[in-house]
Design a protein around this ligand. Structure first.
Ligand code: KG4
Ligand code: ZN
Length: 333
C-alpha cells in the first residue's frame, strides 16, 4: 500500500496530492491570481507565491487524505519542464521532505504526468494509445507505448494551443489566463461567424503563430471601422477562434490515429478543459469508433494528482532519484 506524496510547481499552480495504492485521496491546488493583471505568468512572482503556498498545500493534502507525514513512503515531484524558479520551490521542498523522513525521491516529467492522469480512476486506456496533450506551453500528439515509454509524433512548431488561446484573449482585452474565458464566451456565440485560417503543415505537426497574427489583423481592421467591435461581437469572436483551434487539433489527431491504426484516443493538458474541444473529440470518436478518454476537469490543468499517480507507477518499478537532482526547464518526454 505505498503512500506517495505528489508535488507540482512547474508554472503558476502550487499543488500537493496524496496517492495511496494507486488511488488519489487528495489533490489540493492553490491558484495564483497575481498574474491576471500582467497578461501572462510573471516568473519571479510565480516562484515567490509558490514559496508561500507550498507548505500549506502539503499540509492540507495530508489532512484531506487523513494521512500523517510519517506514513508517506516516497515523494514524487515535477522535475521539468517548466519555469526554473517555480520548479526550484517544488524540487527543494521534495528533497527536504525526503531527507527529513529518510524516504525515496521520485522525479517526474510534467508532460508524461499529464498523459498518466488517465490512470487515475477505473476507466484507463490500453497501450498503445494516442494522447493529444494541449497546454499553455506544449501541443503534442504522443504515442504512448507504456507508462514511461512515450514518443512525440507531432508537436507545435511555434506557439502552443493554450498560448494561442491566451494571446487571443489578450488581443481581446481579457485577463490571463484567457482559455477559460474564451470557453465561457464561446458557449454564447456563433462558431461560424468568422473564418480564421487553418495552417497547412505537413505530417502531424502544428502551427498557431499564423492564426494569432490573422486574429490580430482581423481585430485591428474591424476596430478601425468600429471601435466597439470587440465588445459587440465578443461571443462570436470567441466561438469562431475556439472552433478553429479545436479543428486544427482534431484534424491532426484524426490523421495520426488513422496512420497508426490506433483507436484508444486521449486528451490531456489545460486546454483539454475546453468545452468545444471535448465535444469535438467525442463527436469524432463516435464517427471513427474510438474509445475516447477525457480527464476530469480537476486533472486537466496543472495538478499534483497526476504527479502522484506517475510517482506511484515509478515506485512500483523501483525508479528513484537522489538528493543531487536538479530541476530542468526543458525536459524531453
Ligand atoms: O496544463 P496547464 O494548466 O499548464 C501548462 O502546463 O501550461 O495549461 C494551461 C493552459 C492555459 O493556456 C489556459 O488558458 C488553458 O490551459 N485553458 C483552457 C481552458 N482551461 C485552461 N483553454 C481553453 N479552454 C479552457 N476551458
Ligand atoms: Zn501542464
Amino acid at each position: 500500500m505505498p503512500v506517495i506524496l505528489g508535488i507540482e510547481s512547474s508554472c503558476d499552480e502550487t499543488s500537493a496530492a496524496v496517492c495511496v495504492d494507486g488511488h488519489i485521496l487528495s489533490n489540493v491546488i492553490a491558484n495564483q491570481t497575481i498574474h491576471e493583471a500582467y497578461g501572462g505568468v510573471v516568473p519571479e512572482l510565480a516562484s515567490r507565491v509558490h514559496q508561500q503556498n507550498i507548505v500549506p498545500a502539503v499540509q492540507q493534502a495530508l489532512l484531506n487524505a487523513k494521512v500523517s507525514k510519517n506514513d508517506v513512503d516516497a515523494v514524487a515531484f515535477t522535475r521539468g519542464p517548466g519555469l526554473l524558479g517555480s520548479l526550484l520551490v517544488g524540487v527543494s521542498f521534495a528533497k527536504a521532505f525526503a531527507l527529513a523522513k529518510n524516504i525515496p525521491l521520485i522525479d517526474i516529467n510534467h508532460m508524461q504526468a499529464h498523459v498518466l492522469a488517465h490512470f487515475i480512476g477505473d476507466n484507463k486506456p490500453s497501450f498503445p494509445f494516442l494522447c493529444l496533450t494541449v497546454s499553455g506551453g506544449h501541443t503534442q500528439i504522443v504515442l504512448v507505448k507504456d507508462y514511461f515509454d512515450m514518443e512525440v509524433i507531432g508537436q507545435t512548431l511555434d506557439d502552443a494551443a493554450g498560448e494561442a488561446m491566451d494571446k487571443t484573449s489578450k488581443i481581446l482585452g481579457l485577463p490571463y489566463p484567457g482559455g477559460p474565458l474564451i470557453d465561457k464566451y464561446a458557449r454564447l456565440g456563433n462558431a461560424d461567424a468568422y473564418q480564421f485560417p487553418e495552417p497547412q503543415i505537413s505530417g502531424f505537426d502544428f502551427s498557431f503563430s499564423g492564426l494569432k497574427t490573422a486574429i490580430l489583423y482581423f481585430i485591428r481592421d474591424k476596430v478601425a471601422v468600429n471601435p466597439d467591435f470587440v465588445q459587440q461581437n465578443l461571443n462570436d469572436i470567441c466561438a469562431s477562434v475556439e472552433k478553429r483551434i479545436a479543428t486544427i487539433l482534431l484534424n491532426k489527431l484524426n490523421k495520426a490515429a488513422k496512420a497508426y491504426g490506433i483507436s484508444d484516443i486521449a486528451l490531456a493538458g489545460g486546454v483539454s478543459a475546453n468545452t468545444g474541444l471535448r465535444a469535438g473529440l467525442l463527436a469524432l470518436g463516435e464517427k471513427n469508433n474510438w474509445r475516447c478518454f477525457i480527464p476530469k476537469m480537476e486533472y486537466c490543468t496543472d495538478n499534483a494528482a497526476m504527479i502522484a499517480i506517475a510517482g506511484y507507477y515509478k515506485y512500483l518499478k523501483g525508479e528513484f532519484t537522489d538528493q543531487s537532482v536538479a530541476p530542468l526547464a526543458r525536459m524531453p518526454l
